[in-house]
Design a protein around this ligand. Structure first.
Ligand SMILES: [Zn+2]
Length: 300
């Protein structure tokens, strides 16, 4: 199983990300090349990168299993503020260059929010923007993430994702599924094989390059987007286990973005990463109902 989680990109940059991933028993990971909510970026340190590559080789971790996530501030769907739209385009281009420097092959992108406009308008804007960004020569492929449909988010249906892919001139574009978002968008994850058949006939399974594996705090079709720890939400452990073990997606990296755990029940501040324990649970295939307690005991 190719599985990992979202990790930090701070001290020692990608070397730090890798060390964090290894501490979770992961063989894949996802990073933001800086804070997701701002555009401050430090230069890529090639010494850290070279050290990371050595350790990755020792652990048999391929660069195919390292994913970048574009920052949330990029919104390609809203052209009403032209400066902001142009900025999103140029910043996304820069992020792709940073990925190429790091040797990262995939960057996940939220398609965008149309903000008060119909989604068709948003999708047209996204296509126009992506045609400025994507070339056949890009060594880092953009993966459109399936969204929950919160507010005016575009990409809440497979038909919308398909429309964007069809509108982009280059075929150098893929898809990142998110199990929480799909549930919240109205897709029944307990019937995952049917979902994949539908995806295959509309878009083609080969376009799926990453899966965000998250449980959901909310019922199907709620359009909320609140992630829950594996086995503690609407999808439940067996539904998620079935997804991560799907033979057709065997070579696709699975990335956890589940919430950190608080020190005690009822505390707001989330401090302990759940990933080591969630990865272990999914690898073993056995639900650990004491997951939260085990995480607290380990990090305390
Ligand atoms: Zn995302």
């Amino acid at each position: 199983m190719i599985i990992g989680s979202h990790v930090r990109f701070k001290e020692e940059q990608i070397l730090g990300s890798l060390k964090e991933a290894l501490s979770y028993g992961a063989n894949a990971f996802m990073l933001y090349t800086g804070a997701p909510q701002n555009t401050l970026r430090t230069d890529i340190n090639l010494n850290y990168l070279n050290d990371a590559k050595k350790i990755m080789a020792e652990h048999n971790i391929s660069m195919d299993n390292v994913i970048c996530h574009a920052p949330y501030i990029i919104n390609l769907a809203n052209k009403s503020k032209l400066d902001a739209w142009n900025f999103s385009i140029s910043f996304l281009k820069k992020e792709i260059q940073r990925c190429e420097t790091l040797g990262i092959k995939y960057i996940v992108l939220h398609p965008g929010s149309s903000v008060g406009m119909p989604s068709e308008v948003g999708i047209k804007n996204i296509i126009e923007a992506l045609n400025f960004v994507i070339t056949d020569d890009n060594k880092c492929m953009i993966l459109l993430e399936t969204m929950a449909g919160k507010g005016s988010e575009c990409g809440r249906t497979l038909e919308e994702i398909k429309a964007i892919i069809n509108g982009v001139e280059s075929s150098n574009i893929g898809v990142c599924l998110d199990t929480c978002h799909l549930n919240d968008a109205g897709y029944d994850m307990t019937k995952f094989d049917e979902f994949l058949d539908n995806f295959d006939s509309l878009i083609g399974l080969e376009k799926i390059k990453c899966i965000h594996v998250n449980d959901s705090k909310n019922p199907i079709n709620s359009h909320k987007d609140r992630h829950e720890n594996i086995g503690f939400g609407t999808l439940g452990f067996l539904t998620i286990l079935n997804i991560v073990n799907n033979e057709k997606l065997k070579n696709v990296p699975k990335i956890l973005e589940t919430p950190y755990v608080s020190r005690e029940d009822g505390e707001k501040e989330l401090v302990y990463p759940p990933y080591k324990f969630e990865i272990e649970m999914l690898k073993k295939g056995i639900f650990n109902e004491n997951l939260i307690k085990d995480i607290r005991d380990f990090y305390r």
